[in-house]
Design a protein around this ligand. Structure first.
Ligand code: SF4
Ligand code: SF4
Length: 375
């Protein structure tokens, strides 16, 4: 089978010149790529990224977003920087601004892809696990997209790369006419099997589970953990942050990864072939997703930036580079006793990110076999 090309801009900068810096090499690469071929002249181009959270500061830096935005403008497109509603839209734009992402820093407007209420979306067929999903309108309607993904860990997916960025972040939160289970919450919820359980004897009432819930649907009532089962997305954040393992959520890992691939496939199905470019940032590789209300120190040294027009190849190459890299001292990897040669994200999360890459390949979204070109 033919290999997909993945360009790797190493994070190492060994020469004293802007051109040799990471930002300089990204700028050069974007000038060399035939970007105009993947966009329509003067048509909008979605630059999809993750705006982060209050306290999660390790998002893709505005400096790099700006390089991409400038590249799109040079190629004749009209860029906007976008993400979907995860917390209330206006609050999310405020978080983005606090994380340094705004029109001034990025060079293009920041737009909520599914509107400030998360209700603007289109129902798109997804596959046997997911059924139909609500793709955010501003992503559904544009002819071209550049996907900027901060590659890091994730509570359910094991890794958060381009596939997860679109599978969750390309979907809308809710809808005027459909149940939330077709949206971002459904992406999380479809794989759970049963209710969240709470062990009173282990609970120290630290309240971290309550603080981390994005929907504010869990609380302590009469000194007992309570959550609204109808509204809960089963995102697993409350379970993840519990330091005492007092919370448990039964889930089917295989179904989750299949659903993730299907959901990403649904987003891709709204674009013509060759209209999307993927840029993975293997920088500040922290253990958790940028949706958590904090960012721990990186577990692996900065590796650089990977660029490809193949969503599967770019995630596979990113994961392979992580696997080859030693865990950093003083990080969550060291806390867990993870040593060189072990799969850091797999051991940190007990969730195997390879599964959704495999599923995406099976669905024909891309190629796991790649040619890594180092620049
Ligand atoms: S799984 Fe936990 S954190 Fe997530 S929505 Fe449900 S109660 Fe909230
Ligand atoms: S995070 Fe765990 S220990 Fe803390 S209040 Fe919630 S259930 Fe109890």
């Amino acid at each position: 089978m033919e290999q997909s090309q993945v360009v790797w801009l190493s994070a190492r900068a060994t020469k004293w010149s802007y051109k040799e810096s990471l930002a300089g090499r990204l700028e050069t690469l974007l000038k060399e790529l035939p970007l105009s071929r993947c966009m329509k002249k003067k048509a909008p181009v979605a630059v999809k990224t993750h705006f982060g959270s209050e306290g999660a500061h390790r998002v893709v830096r505005p400096l790099f977003i700006r390089k991409v935005v400038d590249g799109v403008i040079r190629a004749g497109g009209k860029p906007f920087v976008t993400d979907t509603v995860r917390i209330r839209g206006l609050d999310y734009l405020k978080v983005a601004n606090e994380n340094g992402l705004n029109h001034l820093s990025c060079g293009a407007p920041l737009v909520m892809a599914d509107g400030i209420f998360g209700n603007d979306n289109v129902l798109v067929p997804a596959g046997k696990e997911q059924g139909e999903v609500l793709v955010a309108s501003a992503i559904y309607d544009v002819p071209s997209m550049i996907v900027l993904s901060h590659f890091k860990g994730h509570v359910n997916a094991g890794i958060g790369g381009a596939i997860k960025n679109l599978a969750m972040g390309g979907l809308s939160g809710s809808s005027r006419s459909n149940d939330w289970k077709h949206g971002r919450g459904g992406m999380h919820a479809h794989h759970t099997e049963g209710e969240i359980s709470w062990k009173e004897a282990l609970c120290t009432r630290c309240d971290q589970c309550v603080e981390v819930c994005p929907l504010e649907v869990c609380s302590f009532e009469n000194e007992r953990f309570h959550y609204n089962q109808k509204r809960c997305w089963r995102c697993g954040r409350c379970v993840r942050v519990c330091p005492e393992e007092a919370l448990h959520m039964p889930m089917n890992d295989d179904r989750f990864h299949q659903g993730l691939a299907e959901s990403a496939g649904a987003v891709l199905s709204t674009f013509k072939k060759g209209r999307i470019l993927y840029i993975n940032f293997l920088l500040e590789i922290q253990p958790e997703c940028d949706c958590m209300p904090m960012a721990d120190v990186p577990v692996i040294q900065d590796l650089g930036i990977l660029v490809s027009d193949d969503i599967v190849a770019v995630d596979q190459a990113s994961l392979d580079l992580l696997r080859e890299s030693p865990p950093l001292p003083g990080s969550a990897a060291e806390d867990k006793g993870i040593t060189r040669g072990e799969d850091v994200m797999l051991l940190l999360h007990e969730a195997n990110g390879q599964k959704h890459i495999d599923a995406a390949c099976e669905l024909g979204l891309g190629n796991k076999s790649y040619d890594l070109v180092r620049k």
